[in-house]
Design a protein around this ligand. Structure first.
Ligand code: CMC
Length: 426
């Protein structure tokens, strides 16, 4: 029997259907309210489902994250990033021949047009890599626009392949630009994470020796960031895409949304914060600042909008982080010592326990990337590279069904109508 919710307002009774979720919270379908001249109010979308989706399920209280039903721990432990990309896009794990064909499809599309070097030349080497990545992905919209039919499934799949393939190349180009080094072309002999590391740290025309620990840690970072249901950047991609915009432009909008320190910029903010703390003896002072309501300082890399017990991605990342630190033999690096102390204090302090603030994935990925010699300003670029399959899978999912342009309403609290007064009489 279909469940209904009843809303009583102004002496009227409005019946609202309850839509049943496959897992997790059911939702009250409020779509008919606009016809009755009533809107719901939910800044920050704390209680609002903006769409339905079959891609990713999160239970924040239980610390569960699943893609297409597969727990993140199993994917991060047994899979590789391109396999997860295939899963997100197509809904099923690939068979051996399907994965081989998918990898081949990606490899073929990794090189970017030579003209992109000129786009990067237009930036100063002090430019933030996220601004360059955003511009470069928007630049793909210039290359792939005419003839692109977003309602054609093959065209959508092609866009997804192009994006997943070209993102490591563009991301590595931002690194080479900020370090004033010549670009390194993708090498089809290398796997996805190795290729990215080689394009960052290798020499043009040569294949450098990539440590398997580093390549595996980078691949895990990609897997752990691959999708996270309707977060701010994914919702941005859906909102921009809902106007029927070019998919590369919609992904560029997602990259812009990811940049903020409350979202993807948090891993960069973690390192900036560790540098700000500066000395292990000052950790307690900064913990006090984080607890002080009158102080805007927050412990970056702690807390999550959805995970209120633990972030399952953080647990996997923690192991990977320690493997990288051990290989690099830098477990006693001063900033990492500050991080370890911070983690311990925050886990023991009632303020953090009561508010259920735990280290999130950005805490450990920031430290891992630091140990891998990736510059701090590149951290969010790495996140964007990992999140690309999620963004494009959500875009494909939205386009594959009837959808409406995203157009939220508002609660107007401004002036009533009034008459214009001449400037001399104000
Ligand atoms: N340090 C100190 N206090 C905090 C922190 C923090 N990092 N995060 C939340 N609080 C406090 C907050 O002041 C509030 O206290 P009170 O109840 O006394 O007013 C309480 O905890 C609840 O916080 P909230 O702001 O209501 O939590 P939220 O769900 O709206 O925000 C968050 C989640 C992630 C934006 C926030 O925890 C934060 O800013 N964390 C630091 C930034 C960060 O690491 N972001 C990355 C998130 S994971 C990456 C991703 O998936 O995109």
């Amino acid at each position: 029997m279909k469940q209904m919710a009843t809303l009583n307002i102004d002496g009227k009774s409005i019946e609202l259907p309850v839509l049943e979720a496959a897992s997790g919270a059911n939702v009250i379908d409020v779509r008919s309210l606009s016809g009755a001249g009533i809107f719901t109010y939910d800044p920050g979308f704390l209680s609002t489902a903006s769409c339905d989706s079959k891609i990713t399920y999160i239970d924040g209280d239980a610390g569960i994250l699943m893609h297409r039903g597969y727990p993140i721990e199993q994917l991060a432990g047994q899979s590789e990033h391109l396999e997860v990309c295939y899963l997100l896009l197509h809904g099923e794990l690939p068979k051996e021949n399907q994965l081989a064909a998918f990898k081949d499809d990606i490899n073929k599309r990794m090189p970017v047009d030579d003209e992109f070097a000129k786009l990067f030349d237009g930036f100063n080497s002090s430019a933030h890599p996220m601004s360059m990545l955003c511009a470069a992905v928007a630049g793909l919209a210039a290359q792939f626009h005419d003839g692109l039919d977003i309602y054609n499934e093959d065209h959508r799949t092609e866009s997804a392949l192009q994006l997943i393939a070209k993102m490591p190349t563009l991301a590595a180009m931002t690194y080479r630009k900020i370090t004033a080094q010549p670009f390194v072309a993708p090498n089809p002999e290398l796997d996805y994470a190795e290729n990215f590391l080689n394009m960052c740290f290798g020499d043009p025309g040569q294949t450098s020796k990539i440590s398997s620990t580093m390549a595996s840690a980078m691949d895990k970072i990609f897997i752990l960031h691959a999708d996270h249901e309707q977060n701010a950047s994914t919702s941005t991609v859906r909102l921009a895409g809902s106007t029927e915009a070019n998919p590369y432009a919609a992904i560029a909008a997602g990259i812009a949304a990811l940049w903020g320190p409350s979202h993807g910029g948090a891993n960069e903010a973690v390192l900036t914060m560790l540098e700000q703390i500066g000395d292990i003896s000052d950790v307690a002072k900064y913990v006090d600042k984080a607890k002080d309501k009158g102080d805007s300082f927050k412990l970056m890399g702690f807390g999550h909008r959805v995970y209120k017990n633990f972030d399952p991605r953080a647990l996997v990342m923690q192991d990977s982080c320690h493997a990288v630190l051990a290989e690099k033999n830098i477990e006693d690096e001063p900033l990492l010592k500050i991080a370890t102390r911070l983690e311990k204090i925050a886990r023991e302090e009632p303020y953090f326990i009561e508010r259920r603030l735990y280290p999130n994935i950005d805490f450990y990925s920031g430290i891992t990337l630091k140990a891998m010699s990736i510059p701090t300003s590149m951290y969010t670029v790495v996140f964007a590279l990992g999140r690309t399959p999620g963004w494009i899978s959500h875009w494909c999912e939205m386009l594959s069904e009837p959808f409406k342009i995203g157009r939220p309403r508002q609660l107007y609290l401004g002036s009533q109508q009034r008459n214009y007064t001449e400037i001399s009489s104000r």
